[in-house]
Every structure is written in C-alpha cells, then in structure tokens.
Design a protein around this ligand. Structure first.
Ligand code: NAP
Length: 646
C-alpha cells in the first residue's frame, strides 16, 4: 500500500531487523525530534543526550557513538510500537514545545524572530503554508480573463506556473529551450550537480525522499522538475522553444504587448495583463575576449554549451577558469585527457564536505519516507547552519587589522580552517598550496563545496594548474602570464555567465517609453529585486540583488518572491484594479538601503573580482539581506508601496 498518512509519510510495514538497520543511517538529532512527535513525550529535551551546535556537514550534533546507540535503541521501540499500533499520532506539540525542540535540535538559541519562518520552512503539517490563499470571494482573475505571461520554465518559472495553476489564474509559460529545468537543462557538462544540500534544494511543498545523492547530478534534478511540472498539471501551458523578443506596456488598455519568436522562427504578437520574468541570472554564457581566440584551430566550447560529440579521450585539453563549473567538470575531464591544463586567474575558497559526492543510503531514504516528521526536521537541520548565522562573518569590521585577507575575526577563523583543510590534503606540496589558497577573504566570491576531489585532481600527473589568466590563444594552444604556450587539442571555457545583464537580450519598454535596459544600464535595481517603477505588472524572479551568496537555497528565495507576486495579483483582484506600479519613492528608498548594506559586506571587498559586481566594482546581483528580513518583507505586498491603475 502506498498511501501516505498524516505527516505525509508512508506506513511502516517492515520488520524489526529492517528498521534497526535503517536506523543505523539516521541523523540522531533528527531522529530525536521524530521520536517526540510520535510519542507526544518531550522528556528527551531534558535528557543527558544533547546535540551540539549544528554545523554544516554534521548531522549528528557531535553525539558520541554510545549515546547514538542508546537513542537508536529507544527509536526502534517507538517505531515498532507505532508500526504495530493504529497509525495514530498524538496532537502536534504546543508552540512552546516546538520552540524548545528547535533550540535543542540545533544546540543554540533560535531567536523568536526566526520561529515563524522556520515553522513555515519545515511545514510540519505538510499544508504547503506558502501556497496561494485567496482572501475574498470576489471575481477571480480567471473570470476577468486576466492572463499572466511567465518567461522561463526553470525552477522559478515552474514554481510560478504551479502557483498560478493552483490559484486558477490564466497563464502561459514561454521557454527558450526544448525542455524544463533551466540551469539543469542547459548545463550538461560532466560532473554537473547542485552544490546546495538537495533535501533542502527542492520545493518546500514537494520534498523528495528519493534523492540518490546528497548533492544530486543534473539528470536527477531535471527529472525532479519535470515530475513537478507533470504532477501539478502545468505542462500544457508551456510553449517550448519560444522566446520573448520584446514587451511594451500599453497605456491604453493597461496590458503588455509582447512579441514572441516561436519555435518555427515566426514573430507572434500577444497581449498579457502581467509578466513574470523567470529568466535566471546564469544562462547567457560569457566567453571573455581573450586575444587570438578566433585563431584556435581545434574545437572550443563553453561549459554550458558542452559539445558531447567531441571525444576528449587521449586529448590535450585546456580548461579556462576555476569557478563552480570548473570545479565540477575538471575532475571528470581529467579522467579522460592525456594532458589537462587548468588556467586559474584566481583560486576559489571551498567548504570541506565529505558528502559532496556521497550516495544517500537506502536506510536514510527509508527514514525520510516513513518516519513521521523526520524529513521535515532534516530540512531544518540543513537549512539552519548555512543560514543567517553566517552573516556576521561576512560583515567588514573597519578596525580589523588584516583587511586584505579577511574582513573580521570570524572571517579570519574561517580562512584558517579552510586553509588547514587544503594543507591537510597536499602532503607538504607547498608549491601547489601557494597556488590554491586564495589571497582574498573567504566568501568574497561564490563559495564551492569540496570532498577532496579538486586538489586530488590537481595532483594528478596529467594535470597542470597554470597559475594565471589565459592571456592569449594561438592556433594551437593557450598562453598564460609566463608567456609559455601550452599546446592543446581542445579548449573549454568555464568562464561563467553575463550575470549582470539582467533580462538580456529582451527589450522591455515600460510607461512613457522607458527602456528597462537603458534605465538599468550597468546598475540594475528593483524594489525587493521584484518590481521597477514605470513597469506596471512586471515582476522579476531572481532579479537584481537577489542572488544568495551567504546562505540558503535559491529555491527559498524564489518561494518568497513568488508568494509576494501572488499577493500582488491578489491585491489587483480584490481592488478590481487592472495594474499596479511601484512608487518611485519606495524604490529609491530601497535602493539606498541596498547600497548602504552592500558597502559593509565581503562581496564589496576591493580585492575581489566576481560576477556579483558590475564593471565599476559595485555589487548588483547578490542579496545583502538576512533571509529572515527578506522573508518578512515578501510575505505580503504592502499596497501602499504601489500606485494602482484602474
Ligand atoms: P564563474 O564563477 O563566473 O567562474 C568563471 C571563472 O572563469 C572564474 O574562475 C574566472 O576567474 C575565470 N576566468 C575568466 N576569464 C579568465 C581568463 N582569461 N583566464 C583564466 N580564468 C578566467 O562561472 P561558473 O563557474 O560557470 O559559475 C557561475 C555560477 O553558476 C556560480 O557562481 C554558481 O552560482 C553557479 N553554478 C552553480 C553550480 C552548482 O550549484 N552546482 C555549478 C556551476 C555553476 P576569476 O575568479 O579571476 O574571475
């Protein structure tokens, strides 16, 4: 029987030995929380076994093996009794008990201000607490014929489609690719996987107990999003291989006139009442203008445009770049090539994470699927240590005496521990260590995850780390700062994306003929990263200053943004308005707060170049906000922030 019971778990039918075996894979603090729910007895909170402060990568709260065994023994008794009983679960613990559980669970104070956000993120009762709720019985947008265009069918566009579908609002999704998944559709390079823990990198309302790895690979991620599209019935509303060329606000009827380029290559003019741009920040490949690039006689391609027909076996290959994509593809490429040169303009900081390539055991999958509340608390355990708690280590201390290498004492401690981690892998190879330890502060650029495979690969005989930018390309090779030509058969550009060119190449024209691209120039700004004055009913997902660089998952941010947009649509519906336009004063005040906040963060550090910054060194892509603040600001649109158009 596959029916899910309360708490959205499958019934337990397995024998004691099976359960005991599965418990060997349990995260002990998570198991303790489930035990309290199943028994209704919270005395564990007052027992001698207490998890230490939660840290990224540790799911056992440093509980020693003897105590772990004791908890497993108790859990076995509880789970077998639950299995043999009538499946009934006690009422939900009181709010006070849940709060005590949270604090016990992560071994530190969870401030009151975080409790509502964390309760919602955990969604203990599996009620999809972020789902769309209509306040009134007024005429629905469907009845009024209100029609929303969603641009993009990646993670955030799909999420929007799901919410619109649930709300009964008419929508059309256009997607430039031939399938769903955005990043996970486009990036097919070997080794591509998510580097945010997967049991948290999934929609809060669509958990998955079947992830085969803690950081799943591209095909599994793509399949997850495809399954969501099917399950929530949005597939029929998606037009694939269709791009928006331009959109123009029509003052006459308060609608957007949109020019689409269809699969057949034709232009098609359509009208919509609102537009949600879900085009992402990282999908327009950036190949830098390296001198001589066009002279190279062999194949060359970008990491996001992988040429699968090119066989790298036995070839000499250059990979240019050492960012997130390179870190994943280099170990895979090195397995095939006779010689691999990796051109590193600047090294990357990385979190040690032994689970980065690890498989999820069958026992753990079973626990996630069968033990009431286990999966919900596990999500919290992944969320919390990589959350706002990191922010203090990223704020520049103006009195810190070593500003070139770290931004404050906490940041320095991170530097020391990450450096120790690298040193421990290099067996006194000082030459390589000098090359791979960054000279800028940790977190200054996108942090990467590592299980040792990066340095292990760099130590291979057929791999050479060239400690400089690729400065010139010749017909037969690549030249770095040392002037030496490395002769290669293939060049792979792992050189990132045009992240700062938001919404490019679409042309978006708002009120009074304002061109969004001209307005933004090199410095895009949007209120909450979502709305821009003079662009009524135009909403951005993953817009300016919404990339998460300190913590969280971009799915969390998208869920906040989509909820906000849905509340905007509800405001239109309830007020009988046709459009809403962000007030300029609101937008400007937000932009000023943004600038002030950025100036204090490690991302603005003058010694760091990254895709977070524009050509003048100002941060434009990344969010400086605490997750809890952003969550609060986006819970509901404040109608006073907008001018409504009848
Ligand atoms: P990226 O982080 O922008 O990295 C580009 C790399 O190219 C940098 O190392 C850059 O050096 C280097 N570069 C540029 N020109 C060069 C030259 N002439 N010579 C040598 N190196 C040069 O791009 P990415 O790795 O594609 O990642 C982009 C973002 O996508 C990531 O930050 C992440 O948010 C996302 N991503 C996520 C995942 C994941 O979750 N699994 C995987 C891949 C990507 P500098 O550092 O000196 O600029």
């Amino acid at each position: 029987m596959n029916t899910r019971t309360r708490a959205n778990v499958l019934p337990i039918t397995e024998n004691d030995a099976f359960i005991a075996n599965a418990l060997e894979s349990a995260s002990i603090p998570t198991l303790m929380m489930a035990m309290i729910h199943i028994t209704g007895d919270s005395s564990l909170l007052r027992g001698k076994v207490r998890p230490a402060k939660a840290t990224m990568g540790d799911t056992h709260g440093q509980i020693d093996s003897q105590d772990q065994a004791e908890i497993r023994k108790q859990a076995l008794e509880i789970l077998t009794a639950y299995r043999d009983g009538d499946g009934h679960l006690p009422p939900m613990p009181s709010r006070e008990t849940i709060l005590a559980m949270m604090r016990f669970f992560v071994g530190e104070e969870v401030p009151d201000s975080y409790v509502p956000m964390m309760l919602e993120e955990m969604d203990l009762e599996c009620e999809d607490t972020r789902g769309f709720k209509r306040n009134s019985e007024g005429s629905s947008p469907q009845e009024r014929g209100f029609h929303v265009l969603v641009i993009g069918a990646g993670m955030s566009g799909l999420l929007t489609a799901i919410r619109l579908e649930q709300a009964g609002i008419r929508y059309t999704v256009v997607e430039k690719n031939s399938g769903i998944g955005g990043t996970w559709f486009e990036n097919t390079y070997p080794g591509a996987r998510v580097d945010i823990a997967n049991h948290f990198y999934c929609y809060s309302f669509e958990p998955n107990s079947d992830w085969s790895e803690y950081f799943a690979q591209k095909d599994e991620l793509r399949a997850y999003f495809e399954n969501c599209a099917k399950k929530y019935g949005v597939l029929n509303n998606i037009s694939f291989q269709t791009e928006v060329e331009s959109a123009k606000w029509n003052e006459r009827n308060s609608r957007w006139s949109v020019c689409l380029r269809t699969r057949e290559g034709n232009e098609e003019d359509r009208e919509f009442d609102a537009i949600v741009s879900a085009v992402g920040q990282l999908n327009r490949p950036n190949i830098p203008p390296i001198e001589g690039k066009e002279l190279f006689t062999g194949p060359s391609f970008h990491s996001a445009e992988w040429e699968h027909h090119i066989d790298l076996r036995g070839k000499r290959v250059a990979v240019i770049g050492t960012g997130a994509s390179a870190l994943q593809l280099v170990p895979e490429v090195a397995k095939k090539t006779s010689q691999l040169y990796v051109f590193q303009r600047s090294p990357a900081w990385m979190f040690p994470n032994p689970d980065y390539h690890a498989k999820v055991s069958d026992g753990k999958k079973w626990l996630l699927a069968h033990v009431p509340f286990y999966a919900r608390w596990y999500r919290f355990l992944l969320f919390w240590p990589g959350s706002d708690g990191l922010m203090p280590s990223l704020i520049i201390d103006p009195d810190w005496p070593h500003p070139e290498r770290s931004v404050n004492a906490l940041n320095e401690a991170t530097r020391v521990s990450f450096t120790d981690y690298m040193e421990s892998q290099l067996d006194k190879n000082q030459e390589l260590l000098d090359k791979v330890v960054p000279d800028y502060p940790p977190f200054g650029k996108r942090m990467l995850q590592d299980n040792g495979s990066w340095l292990n690969t760099l130590c291979q005989e057929n791999v050479d780390l060239v400690d400089s930018a690729a400065e010139r390309i010749t017909p037969e090779g690549v030249i770095g700062a040392d002037g030496v030509e490395r002769r290669v058969d293939v060049i792979i550009f792992a050189t990132g994306f045009h992240a700062g060119k938001f919404l490019s190449p679409m042309k978006i024209i708002g009120r009074q003929g304002t061109d969004l691209r001209e307005l933004w120039g090199d410095e895009p700004r949007a209120y909450l990263g979502i709305t821009v004055p003079d662009f009524p009913n135009f909403f951005c997902l993953y817009g300016p200053a919404t990339n998460l660089a300190h913590a969280g998952s971009i799915i969390f941010n998208s869920e906040c943004q989509v909820r906000y947009i849905m509340s905007c649509l509800r405001s239109l519906e309830e007020g009988g308005h046709s459009a809403m336009d962000c007030r300029k004063a609101v937008h400007e005040a937000f932009a000023a707060r943004l600038d002030e906040a950025f100036g204090r963060t490690v991302w603005a550090h003058p010694g760091v170049e990254s895709w977070y910054k524009n050509s003048r060194g100002r941060v434009t892509t990344t969010s400086p906000w605490l997750l809890v603040d952003y969550w609060n600001w986006t819970r509901e649109c404040n109608r006073e922030d907008y001018e409504f158009i009848e």
